[in-house]
Design a binder for this molecule. Structure first.
Ligand SMILES: C[S@@+](CC[C@H](N)C(=O)[O-])C[C@H]1O[C@@H](n2cnc3c(N)ncnc32)[C@H](O)[C@@H]1O
Length: 274
């Protein structure tokens, strides 16, 4: 493990967090022993999870770029994770140098490590908040300073809704965010599934999060599809029907080659808000 990262005040490093486990999977540097241990436990039951993490990150980036190419210049990235290679603003500002991105995450490590990004000419904000409180996020003055909700917006919810239990009404929450956006906005969402996985591997993977700051919930294709109810899904690649697919396959030049065991842990889709 590289040099231990700075511990922000109030951060419990003994309990693994989704952001830091994901950082370990992506070979970042902002995790602690408890996160590395949790990640290794996951890899021991499902070795392809590192590939799953990369495939999710690849989808996140390809989808954000695709949305930007539809003319979208402002993005709300919820459950944004620790800064990594190819952050959302880097991806979309390649297309629109003036694009604005608001990052939202409930892990205080994300806010701390994202502060350096704020140098990027006033086009970025980082908010430490829980997506289960949509009004707090949508009314946040930093968000409102960068995002004009009367204009089309890209809403990115990749790899995050699986940390929201049914009791917290995940579909109602997504719907609340969507209703705050104008027609012509886009949603990008990915979500873990165990539809194609051996029950023992899925349960071993899920159970690791019983020891973490957030529990984790797999959802079936039909359950993930419901997040897109009333929206216009876009075809995931040239020649495809508009439908959900696996993260590796979305936007792939060769979908057959891009299909992998890791990628099959996550459904994803991009949809236009009518
Ligand atoms: C697996 S990472 C995904 C990061 C990034 N969206 C991506 O797809 O590459 C999940 C992120 O969601 C964040 N998260 C989990 N539950 C959350 C909640 N209730 N509110 C805000 N963020 C949350 C975690 O802290 C973590 O950074």
């Amino acid at each position: 493990m590289p040099e231990a990262p700075h511990v922000p005040e109030g951060v419990d490093i003994s309990m693994p967090t989704p952001a830091r486990i994901y950082d370990y999977m992506l070979r970042g540097h902002n995790y602690f022993d408890a996160d590395a241990h949790a990640a290794e436990q996951i890899l021991s039951v499902a070795p392809e999870i590192r590939d799953a993490a990369w495939s999710n990150r690849g989808f996140h980036q390809r989808a954000a770029a695709w949305i930007a190419r539809q003319g979208i210049r402002q993005f709300i990235d919820i459950g944004s994770g620790l800064p990594t290679v190819g952050n959302t603003h880097e991806v979309v500002q390649r297309i629109h140098p003036d694009a604005r991105v608001v990052y939202v995450d409930n892990d205080p490590m994300v806010e701390l490590h994202s502060r350096a990004l704020l140098e990027s000419g006033g086009t970025i904000s980082v908010i430490c908040a829980d997506l289960r409180e949509p009004d707090t996020i949508l009314d946040n003055s930093d968000l409102r300073a960068l995002i004009d909700l009367s204009q089309p917006t890209g809403l990115l919810l990749t790899g995050v809704m699986m940390f929201v239990s049914d009791a917290s009404d995940p579909r109602g929450l997504v719907s609340r965010y969507i209703h705050a956006l104008v027609p012509g906005s886009y949603l990008s969402l990915s979500h873990l599934t165990d539809d194609f996985k051996p029950p023992a591997a899925a349960e071993g993977f899920r159970a690791v999060f019983d020891t973490a700051t957030e529990h984790m919930y797999f959802r079936s294709k039909a359950e993930v599809a419901r997040f897109f109810d009333g929206l216009e899904l876009v075809p995931p690649y040239d020649g495809a029907k508009p439908e959900l697919t696996f993260t590796g396959v979305w936007g792939a030049e060769d979908p057959e080659l891009a299909d992998s065991e890791g990628s099959r842990w996550l459904y994803c889709g991009v949809a236009r808000i009518p």
